[in-house]
Write a protein that binds this ligand. Structure first.
Ligand code: KIV
Length: 263
């Protein structure tokens, strides 16, 4: 059986770092799974690294289901997280349920959606109906145009609001929360305040786990990768070695370093 959300919670409780990576196809999913990554996120980053768009906004439910199906065929141990695309859950909790169902029927074990307080009701609605939900707060790439770019979130007065968002998604029933591009000290405070695991991407070393976009950490995305990523192909003699080194670094508390983090 694949890694479960109960195991992720146990890992947090026991101080074992959690590893997530994205994957979008059979072969990479097989490799990531074999390297012992705890969860594979079929992220809407596929809009950028697979489809070549400049944001994840164009990704559809159909696209996501297709990639989930490919990933499912390649993996046996990792938890599979299906990312709810832009426009597939914001309209109503019923819309969210209908689309989350499609992702689950494609093979996702759990779903992820962007938003804090605004998504409280939807998270509660889905979890009460048997769909485990990971929230994603901080830099939420689906809102990149509204945010005015891919920018660090939660600095200054916004820190309190982000902290409250984290508490609210936990109270609504989320099993984990992704913290993207937030100051390390804030991510550390949120991690200490929550019972559920925090999964950081550009959120510092104190998160319970780390996630990266596979194409960034393999250095194969032709455009600029974010500061919070690291090219694990440098010094590795295979893709498998690169992914294994990421897993080992996260487990040992060696990634991220301050240069991959924000103050
Ligand atoms: O879509 C994605 O890959 C994500 C990660 C950046 C967390 O949401």
């Amino acid at each position: 059986m694949a890694v479960t959300i109960t195991q992720l919670k146990k890992m947090k409780d026991e101080g074992d770092k959690i590893t997530w990576l994205t994957a979008y196809d059979y072969s990479f999913a097989h490799l990531v799974d074999s390297a012992g990554v705890d969860a594979i996120l079929v992220g809407d980053s596929l809009g950028m690294v697979i489809q070549g768009h400049s944001t994840p906004v164009p990704v559809t439910v159909e696209d996501t289901c297709y990639h989930i199906e490919c990933v499912v065929r390649g993996s046996s141990n990792s938890l599979i997280v299906g990312d709810m695309p832009f426009g597939s859950y914001q309209l109503s909790k019923e819309q969210a349920y209908a689309n989350a169902t499609k992702l689950m029927q494609a093979g996702a074990h759990v779903v992820k959606l962007e938003g804090g307080e605004l998504q409280e009701e939807t998270i509660q609605f889905l979890t009460q109906r048997g769909i485990a939900v990971c929230a994603h707060i901080g830099l939420t790439p689906q809102s990149v145009h509204a945010l005015g770019g891919f920018k660090v979130q939660g600095r200054g007065d916004a820190a309190k609001l982000l902290f409250e968002d984290a508490k609210r998604v936990e109270a609504a029933g989320a099993f984990a929360v992704v913290l993207e591009a937030v100051p390390s000290s804030l991510a550390s405070d949120i991690t200490a305040a929550l019972d559920i695991p925090t999964i950081g991407i550009g959120a510092g070393i104190d998160c319970d786990g780390q996630v990266l976009v596979l194409h960034d950490m393999l250095g194969i995305y032709p455009k600029k990768s974010p500061k919070f990523s690291k090219n694990y192909m440098q010094g590795a003699d295979s893709v498998f070695a690169a992914v294994s080194n990421f897993v080992a670094d996260v487990k040992a508390g060696e990634f991220p370093k301050p240069e991959h983090s924000f103050v």
